[in-house]
Design a protein. Structure first.
Length: 155
């Protein structure tokens, strides 16, 4: 897609979407679309109430300044911790209590349903906890032996 828009930060550090012939839209949000294996593709620009205003097919197709704003905003505002080690998964009480290390520090959370652990097409996993937070986990063959053993009861 050719860039027919511009993103600028206002004085409050909120993004403003500018498009020729249309009113500016203040306080827009940028969201990655699924699948996570292609993080620069199909990036959505949304109004503060969640309505999609624009879909970027590929961030690499943007001019360097706009692409840098999009990437920077996503890096700062996307919170999907990556699980780097699984210390323990306790399944005794009808749910799963996970103790993990992430790229953002240690975490402990509860997974209610088996369906909250999703296998992604490239071998990675997404794990959604009981509070709705999503974690990314690498492929099983990239986990250390202790982490793989901790997952044995789930797989």
């Amino acid at each position: 897609m050719s860039a027919t828009f511009d993103l600028v930060e206002d004085e409050q550090k909120k993004l403003v979407l500018r498009r020729p012939g249309q009113n500016d839209v203040a306080d827009v949000r940028i969201r990655r679309s699924f699948p996570w294996s292609k993080p620069g593709e199909f990036v959505s620009i949304r109004s503060s109430d969640g309505k999609e205003l624009l879909l970027i097919d590929d961030v690499k197709s943007l001019d360097p300044d706009t692409g840098a704003i999009v990437e920077s905003w996503l890096d700062i505002h996307s919170f999907i911790p990556r699980i780097t080690r699984i210390d323990d998964v306790d399944v005794r009480f009808g749910y799963q209590q996970w103790k993990v290390q992430t790229d953002r520090g240690p975490a402990e959370f509860r997974v209610q349903e088996r369906e909250d652990i999703r296998f992604l097409h490239d071998g990675r996993f997404s794990v959604k906890d009981a509070d709705g937070n999503v974690y990314e986990m690498t492929r099983l063959d990239q986990l250390d032996p202790h982490s793989r053993r901790a997952l044995e009861s789930l797989l």
